[in-house]
Design a protein around this ligand. Sequence first.
Ligand SMILES: NC(=O)c1ccc[n+]([C@@H]2O[C@H](COP(=O)([O-])OP(=O)(O)OC[C@H]3O[C@@H](n4cnc5c(N)ncnc54)[C@H](O)[C@@H]3O)[C@@H](O)[C@H]2O)c1
Length: 278
Amino acid sequence: MTNYINKVAFVTGAASGIGFALCESLLAKNAKVMMADMNGPGLAEAIEKLGGASDNLSSVVCDVRNPESVKSAANQTLADFGKVHIVMNNAGVGLAGKSGQTDLKDWQWIVDINLMGVVYGVEIFTPLIKSHGEGGHILNTASMAGHMTTEYMPPYHATKFAVVGYSESIAQELSHDNIRVSCLCPTWVKSNIASSARQRPSAGVTMPAPSLKAAQDSVSALVANGMEADRMAELTLAMMAQGRLHVFNDPEARPAIDIRAKSLAADYDAALNWMKTN
Ligand SMILES: NC(=O)c1ccc[n+]([C@@H]2O[C@H](COP(=O)([O-])OP(=O)(O)OC[C@H]3O[C@@H](n4cnc5c(N)ncnc54)[C@H](O)[C@@H]3O)[C@@H](O)[C@H]2O)c1
C-alpha cells in the first residue's frame, strides 16, 4: 500500500499522543479514519480538534482489553465506511515494576492492554481486510522497549517484546494475502503515556517504592523531551509506505540493536563451544 487516499483506517489509542497524531496525518493524506479509544470524553475532544465527525472521520469508544468491544468497534467501522484497509493497534500503557514487588493485577492489566489488545485487533480485523481483496496494512505499536531492556520496567518490556515477535510472525503469513505488517518501535515521543500507570488496578492502593518513583520521574522527563508526536506519525506513514517491518526513530538508540545482536551471538557461541568438548 503506497498511498493512503480513500483507504479506511481504524486507529486505537486515538484520543491522545501518537494515536491522535497518526489520525491527523492519515486525514491529511486523504484517508478515512475511525478513531477508537476507551476514553470517551478524550475521544470527543480529539475528534473536535480534527474538525468534527464527517464522511472521512468518525469515532467509537472501544476498550481493547475486551474482544466484544473490539468486535463492536469493527462493526461500527464497517457501518460508517463500508470496509477497512489499515488497522493501527496502538493503544498502550506504561508500568514500572520490580520483580517480586509488582501487583499481579497490574501485570494482568498491562498484558491485557499492550499485548491482548493488539492480538484482538489483529484477530478481529484481519478477516475483514482479507474479505475485500484490496490488500491492507496492520501497524502494531510496540516500542524500542521491545528490542532492548532497562531495569525496573519488566512488565512494559515483556509486553513490547511480545508485540515485536507477534508482528514479525504475522508479517510472514499475511504477506500471502497482500496485507503488510509494521511494528512501531520508538523511544521517547511526547504524549500522556507517563501518566497512564495511574489507571493501573493497584493505583491508590500501593505506593511505588522510592527507586521506582525515581524511574517513573525519569521516564516522564524523557517523554516530555521526546520527539513530537506529529513527526513520529509522519515518519511512521512514510516507513509503512516503504513496506518497512520495524519503524524506529532515535539515532541515539541505534547502537542498542548491535549490542543486543553481539550479546546474543556471544551466548550462542558459548553454548556451541561447550558442545564441542562435552
Ligand atoms: N510516548 C512514548 O514515548 C512511547 C514510546 C514507545 C512506545 N509508545 C507506545 O505508543 C502507544 C501510544 O501511547 P502514547 O505514548 O501515545 O500514550 P498516550 O497515553 O498519550 O495515548 C494512549 C492512548 O491509549 C488509550 N488507551 C489506554 N488503554 C486503552 C484501552 N484499554 N482501550 C482503548 N484505549 C486505551 C488512552 O486513553 C490514550 O488515549 C502505546 O502503545 C505506547 O506503549 C510510546
